[in-house]
Design a binder for this molecule. Structure first.
Ligand code: 26M
Length: 804
């Protein structure tokens, strides 16, 4: 719909009256929100249908991005922006007396993910549609997303995320009952000869109805709309009477009830395996069903279909694809295997050993016995193929089934033609360490795709004021073509522009200060340094290093209240996995330290510590534009990439960083002078692992500062942390400090002093900030997905940019 204000207001009022039989003045924000969504949807649904038709007409190769998590957050603004309606709606609402921000706030976050991995999937979906690629998402429609976090007495408490029960519900989904498929789980399987084929006969299996809910993913100004398909588990009507008890029904519906809230620790739970097989089987079945509608034979399916395995959670795609090609399409093993490997590709997102998925053989046998048979056959042929050609120990280390377990990363690498890491350093580590043996076997399969972020959401939407002053200098083309942001560098000595940058930052900080006051009751000074660490709470991410420095500063200020430091507000946002005891203890310690510091008038408000509850995508959008400092301080080699590092630099924050993940590439882009680097290198970390020469207790005994700071955890200086303080103290001393917090502490203090010194020179600070903004375009997910498309999936863009 080509729109002007008058037409929009007229359509809006008409739709409101049709839906609710009321006028604007009588409508609640929910009703206004629902009406706006309904208009937006009916408008893009025309392009949505057309996108599909074009794919069919051109017999376009389709990519399916399988991810057990998608974390889009809110979709209204992003849809409006991409459709070219954003400003129009704001202006029109203003004219009829509606506060657009209040209406937008009604939308619940779609929080079907834990953190980096799920958010990356959402940014990729935005970029893929915006670049016009035929790529669709495939995942799970959890009834409960990631838990809501509250603090009670400083402790994390988890509440269910009932996002579908809010008045706004999920306005964006379309239930497509006609596209449901049946997933078979459990029971036993026997292979019998029939018409020259081996046919599996299932006994006592459970049939589950998988119903897809489709969400349109609107591309930026290009009339291109892709599909995010999320599956929900239901009881098939035909066998309804077989599930007489509530308990039996619940067993089925439970499969898609809740997102697992761990983002690193593999717990090996039965329900989790069911979730994985459920969305893999539903997705693969629907892909093949769709393919067969338009193709006579299936033996060249890899020319028209690519399946991407996002981390190992969907690795059973390999076996499910084989199952259908063998059991239902009667391809030979060799032919089926060739097509499978050509179709599949895999991204690894972590090197943390405890996150590498394995499943006990009996459990997989219980969930899907036919899949276990196929995995065993893949394993058997893998071993047979290499026997005699390769070192026997290497074969043992790389096979899929060993030690009574199925190794999902091995299945993913062996069953696909491409394995990629998410930052250069991470990919190097995959080759040299985590997947070293596989790199020996298949060097050509390994490649790097450094993560990226959607500049539309993280700059245009989250920081409209910054976007506006960029427009004044560059015009609006950078909004189409991120690389143009680089041209901002030429304003490095433009004092007026640098001042404008500072003003925008101040406004964003004032807004965040207001939010902080509302939510915590603590007043913060918007002219202080806003020092931000936002990410999941995990030992390797080292929120603890940040906390120890805060304690040190506090002790210094107590000793000398006149100490000349630049005032700082330390801002944290982090959820801990509910079962991650140590992470929860760190939360408690941060909260108690915050209470102590924020209420101590003797330090004259020079430092404040704010831990905002319930960090999610929407809160990130409010914190990031207000950040001066971005804390990216993981132990070198542990953070695969990081993506908040990119979002924060894009918004002008300066980074305090270790040489880890994508920080290394950020440093290469901005230059060593425009980033604050410190800490061990990955080589140094690995050397410590080899020679066992790290003794953290020595640091406690020999370094007076460390001694004093650690004592504060256990001597009552920080109240109410008797148990947690000791737990953390012990982890850093007697338990030898797994993540080298004490080893990096001094260097961290040094670099933070440098931050203070730099901040005192505001012109220099703004110049550094400008370079960070300009260079952030290198990390646009538009660029990243283009590389996936051409180097991994071999698909082309089908939409023209720059339509509306
Ligand atoms: C596993 C088992 C049971 C329940 C949950 C999980 C699980 C869920 C998410 C395990 C790992 C999960 O995600 C890992 C993750 O988010 N990795 C991050 O990926 C980002 C995108 O590539 C990177 O930027 C981060 O560095 C990396 O930590």
């Amino acid at each position: 719909m080509e729109l002007d204000k008058t037409l929009f207001i007229e359509s809006f009022k008409k739709r409101l009256s049709q839906k609710y039989a009321i006028d604007v003045s009588d409508a609640t924000n929910s009703e206004l929100y629902d009406t706006l969504c309904s208009l937006v949807k009916s408008s893009y649904s025309v392009s949505w249908r057309q996108t599909w038709k074009d794919y069919l007409k051109e017999n376009e190769k389709q990519v399916y991005y399988f991810s057990i998590e998608f974390l889009p957050g809110k979709l209204l603004k992003s849809n409006l922006l991409n459709m070219g309606w954003y400003q129009l709606v704001i202006d029109s609402f203003k004219e009829i007396g509606i506060d657009f921000e209040q209406v937008a706030a009604v939308e619940p976050d779609m929080a079907l993910g834990n953190g980096g991995l799920g958010r990356l999937a959402a940014d990729f979906m935005d970029s893929l549609a915006s670049e016009g690629y035929p790529v669709n998402g495939n995942g799970i429609r959890y009834r409960y997303g990631l838990f809501k976090q509250r603090f009670v007495n400083g402790y994390q408490v988890e509440l269910p995320d009932e996002w579908l029960k809010t008045a706004a519900g999920n306005a964006w989904e379309i239930r497509r009952a006609s596209k449901a498929v049946t997933v078979t789980m459990g029971g036993h399987v026997e292979l019998v000869q029939k018409n020259g084929y081996l046919e599996p006969i299932y006994k006592d299996a459970t049939l589950i109805k998988a119903v897809p809910y489709d969400v349109g993913i609107v591309g930026y100004h290009n009339q291109h709309v892709n599909t995010l398909r999320l599956w929900s588990a239901e009881i098939p009507e035909a066998v309804e009477s077989c599930y007489p008890t509530i308990e039996a029904r619940r067993q089925i519906e439970d499969i898609t009830t809740v997102l697992y809230p761990d983002d690193s620790n593999e717990a090996g739970r039965r329900l989790r395996l069911k979730q994985e097989y459920f969305f893999v089987s539903a997705g693969v079945q629907s892909i093949i069903r769709h393919y067969k509608k338009y193709h006579e034979t299936i033996d060249q399916i890899s020319q028209r279909v690519a399946i991407h395995i996002n981390d190992t959670h969907p690795a059973m795609c390999v076996a499910e694809f084989m199952r259908i090609l063998l059991d239902e399409e009667h391809l030979s093993w060799e032919k089926a295997w060739e097509q499978t490997v050509k179709t599949m590709s895999y991204t690894n997102h972590t090197i943390m050993a405890e996150a590498l998925e394995t499943w006990d053989i009996p459990l997989l046998n219980e969930i899907q016995p036919r899949i276990l048979q196929i995995v065993a056959e893949i394993d058997h042929r893998f071993v047979a193929h290499l026997a005699g050609k390769m070192d026997g120990q290497l074969i043992e280390r790389t096979r899929i089934i060993s030690g009574g377990k199925v190794h999902m990363a091995h299945l993913a690498v062996i069953g696909s033609h491409s394995t990629n890491g998410v930052a250069q350093l991470h990919t190097d580590l995959l080759k040299s360490d985590v997947l070293r043996d596989f790199y020996t076997l298949y060097p050509e399969r390994f490649n790097n795709k450094t993560n990226g972020i959607a500049l539309r959401r993280w700059l245009q939407l989250a920081n409209p004021e910054l976007a506006a002053i960029i427009d004044q200098k560059l015009g609006r083309n950078w909004r189409q073509n991120a690389c143009q942001l680089q041209q901002l560098q030429q304003y490095n000595t433009d004092e007026q522009f640098l001042k404008k940058l500072a003003v925008v930052k101040l406004h964003n900080k004032q807004r965040l200060a207001k939010l902080i006051e509302e939510r915590t009751g603590v007043t913060v000074d918007p002219t202080a340094i806003f020092d931000v660490q936002i990410k999941r709470l995990h030992a390797y991410k080292r929120q603890l290093l940040n906390l120890l420095r805060i304690i040190k500063l506090y002790l210094d200020l107590k000793e000398n209240p006149d100490l000349a430091i630049v005032p700082r507000v330390f801002i944290f946002g982090a959820k801990a996995a509910p079962s991650y005891h140590y992470a929860k203890s760190i939360i408690k310690c941060i909260n108690e330290t915050a209470a102590l510091i924020n209420h101590d008038s003797t330090i004259q408000g020079k430092i404040k510590v704010i831990f905002l509850e319930n960090y999610d995508v929407s809160l990130a959008e409010q914190i990031i534009p207000a950040a001066d400092i971005s804390e990216q301080i993981s132990t070198a080699s542990k953070e695969a990439s990081g993506t908040s590092n990119m979002k924060l630099m894009l918004n002008g924050a300066l980074t305090v960083a270790t040489l880890d993940g994508a920080n290394v590439e950020i440093k290469e882009q901005v230059g060593a002078d425009n980033i604050f680097m410190f800490g061990l290198t990955k080589q140094e970390v690995y050397r410590y692992y080899q020679d066992h020469s790290y003794h953290s207790l020595d640091y406690y005994h020999h370094n007076l500062v460390i001694h004093r700071v650690l004592d504060a955890l256990i001597d009552g200086t920080i109240p109410n942390i008797a148990a947690e303080g000791h737990e953390i103290f012990d982890s850093l001393t007697y338990l030898n400090d797994d993540y080298f917090v004490l080893r990096d502490f001094e260097d961290y203090l040094r670099i933070q002093d440098q931050v203070d010194e730099t901040y005192r020179d505001q012109k220099k600070w703004q110049q550094m900030s400008l370079i960070n903004i300009a260079k952030a375009c290198h990390f646009s997910s538009d660029i990243t997905v283009k590389k996936y498309a051409s180097e991994i999936w071999q698909v082309r863009s089908v939409a023209q940019k720059g339509g509306v």
